[in-house]
Design a protein around this ligand. Structure first.
Ligand SMILES: [Zn+2]
Length: 384
């Protein structure tokens, strides 16, 4: 069966000087209009206790230079601001924040009958024309929108949202439970342990080293009463940190894409724990924060790939005692009986020897199969 999906393609852009100026203007104007509309909304609300429905168009008279950029980019700011307000009122997210220069510089435009298009080695964008580009994959389908961004490393990218067709993957007659490992990245119910890739640990060490140097340079500039923006050593180091950080992000995404695809390809029902990632990411220890956000990204990828390829992802309540339950006889250990240091344990009831993480992932699978829509048609397989 085929399915129509929206897929994002990240494409590296190589703008010339003139195009870089246009992008800088566009980032500046979208940031300006966001901040201006937000500030006016706040003032208006304080004065009248009602919401101001402002639009980018009404600012173009006063700020003529707004006309130099893509008007759809400004329209998308209005849309994003509306979404941010809705999230605040309806979902209890934080109040929309003002945007700062150099942080997440980007703008989004839409394709209107070919105003956004790709050739073999360029991307065409409204108001600026063809930009040299390098494509990771062939792009098939109708481009809906394009988000242009400049990373802290100075690299430019466009993320193209494309309406495309995927073929569902054949059923494998195998199901799997996945546990977030303590030392491994994940542990599967068939006994497979997937380690955190070595290059990530190496890059994380490098990032920590470069960040230490950056902190020293920040302190040195402060001691000399120099502005950070004028301290060349600090800026050079900041760029270095940004490059290592981006490398981690990219390599990690590659790793997670391949891993999630293989799991989806090889299994029909995939059961995972629904962890409270929001709380997890608040942890400030670097390595921990990165592994937590990896898990979050990994589950996101599993979710949309399962949807694309006709498989089923089941999330298990995070209070389910997956570690403390014996997967053979359901005997439940107390918390005191299973401290974090214990890697294997013998069930006092049925005497089965349980590997801590594999046992947990088998429980996750069994629980997942109870909840799965397709559980009646496919049996539990892949058990250790
Ligand atoms: Zn047991």
């Amino acid at each position: 069966m085929t399915k129509q999906i929206l897929k994002a393609y990240k494409v590296r852009l190589y703008p010339n000087d003139e195009q870089q100026i246009f992008f800088a203007k566009s980032f500046g104007c979208t940031r300006f209009i966001w901040n201006k509309m937000l500030a006016d909304k706040i003032d208006y609300y304080q004065a009248t206790k009602t919401t101001l429905n402002n639009t980018p168009a009404q600012y173009k008279k006063e700020f003529e230079w707004l006309k130099e950029v893509d008007s759809l980019a400004l329209a998308n700011v209005q849309q994003n601001l509306r979404v941010a307000y809705n999230k605040f009122f309806k979902q209890g997210s934080g109040f929309p924040k003002f945007k700062k220069k150099g942080i997440k510089d980007s703008y989004t435009t839409n394709n209107q009958k070919g105003t956004v298009a790709v050739t073999k080695n360029t991307v065409k964008l409204p108001k600026i024309g063809h930009i040299n580009a390098k494509f990771p994959d062939k792009i098939n389908g109708l481009i809906k929108s394009a988000t242009i961004s400049r990373k802290p490393s100075g690299k430019y990218f466009v993320s193209l949202l494309v309406e495309t067709i995927v073929n569902e993957l054949p059923k494998s007659q195998s199901n799997i439970g996945i546990d977030l490992g303590l030392t491994d990245f994940i542990v599967l119910s068939d006994g497979t342990k997937v380690a955190n890739p070595k290059f990530l640990a190496k890059l994380q060490d490098k990032l920590a080293r470069e960040q230490k140097i950056l902190a020293k340079r920040r302190a040195a500039a402060k001691a000399d009463q120099r502005k950070l923006s004028e301290s060349r050593n600090y800026q050079k180091q900041k760029l270095k940190v940004a490059k290592v950080y981006e490398k981690i992000t990219n390599k990690r995404a590659d790793f997670l894409h391949k891993l999630s695809f293989n799991i989806i390809k090889n299994h029909d029902v995939i059961a995972i724990e629904d962890l409270n990632v929001k709380g997890m990411v608040k942890n400030h220890k670097l390595a921990k924060a990165i592994s937590d956000s990896s898990w979050s990204l990994f589950t996101t990828m599993l979710a949309y790939k399962a949807e694309w390829y006709g498989k089923e992802l089941v999330k298990i309540d995070r209070w389910f005692p997956s570690s403390k339950t014996c997967s053979n006889c359901d005997h439940l250990l107390t918390k005191a009986e299973l401290p974090l240091s214990v890697r294997t344990w013998d069930c006092p009831n049925c005497l089965q020897r349980n590997d801590r993480d594999t046992n947990a992932s088998i429980n996750i699978l069994n629980q997942g199969l109870i909840l799965a829509k397709h559980s009646k048609t496919v049996g539990a397989t892949g058990l250790a």
